[in-house]
Design a protein around this ligand. Structure first.
Ligand code: SF4
Ligand code: SF4
Length: 204
């Protein structure tokens, strides 16, 4: 399910994300994180940069921090896994119409990239995945992921999606004993979305 608001954090400086990572470490130690979140929103001018109201900005940052925290907890188990896959949402393709040459196989279900555009994030991510020995899927929705994971018996999974979508898939995979690493979208909107390739490289 998408957020009820759209956001674009792609222009924010790198130390914004560093600060979020630090907060995710501290979250377990501090029960009241709301004031810190508000400070970050003001410091990085999140409302001005994204047009979000304070409550939506808090929701977004809270989800990013939660996902960082889950990644930290799961990291050790994830690194021990042998059979892994990466799941991207279809909204990260450069084109959502027939200019995208990917073949959709409904029996998986997944799009399989044909690399029609070198600057497409899906194309770049799939090349990285291939080099590192990961299986790679571009799914039409998060609900497809548990079926694929179960069928291929993956032990570890990297998921890229917006925060709400990610939390739902993460809970299901967690209950299946799969070690997950989450990479949240930095721009949502269900088309022309974006994630950080640098973050993906580090996570791999
Ligand atoms: S590079 Fe792949 S995913 Fe991107 S638009 Fe082309 S075929 Fe589709
Ligand atoms: S932004 Fe992408 S991942 Fe999020 S709900 Fe829309 S299509 Fe799914």
């Amino acid at each position: 399910m998408p957020y009820k608001f759209t956001f674009d954090l792609s222009e924010l400086p790198k130390f914004f994300f560093n600060e979020l990572t630090i907060l995710s470490y501290q979250k377990g130690m501090h029960k009241t994180i709301l004031n810190t979140l508000r400070d970050i929103i003001i410091k990085f001018k999140i409302q001005e940069a994204t047009g979000l109201n304070l409550s939506d900005a808090v929701t977004l940052l809270q989800d990013l921090i939660d996902l960082h925290g889950i990644n930290l907890v799961q990291r050790g188990k994830f690194l021990e896994t042998k059979k892994r896959a990466i799941f991207l949402p279809h909204c990260t393709r450069k084109f959502m119409d027939n200019r995208c040459q990917a073949i959709f196989d409904p029996t998986v279900p997944s799009y399989f990239c044909k690399h029609c555009s070198k600057d497409c994030l899906v194309s770049k991510a799939s090349r990285l995945a291939e080099k590192k020995g990961y299986d790679f899927y571009v799914v039409p929705g998060g609900s497809c992921i548990p079926k694929i994971v179960k069928r291929a018996m993956y032990e570890g999974a990297i998921g890229i999606a917006c925060g709400e979508e990610m939390k739902m898939s993460g809970e299901v995979l967690g209950s299946m004993g799969v070690a997950g690493q989450a990479i949240p979208l930095i721009r949502n909107g269900c088309a022309n979305t974006a994630f950080s390739l640098e973050t993906l490289k580090k996570t791999l």
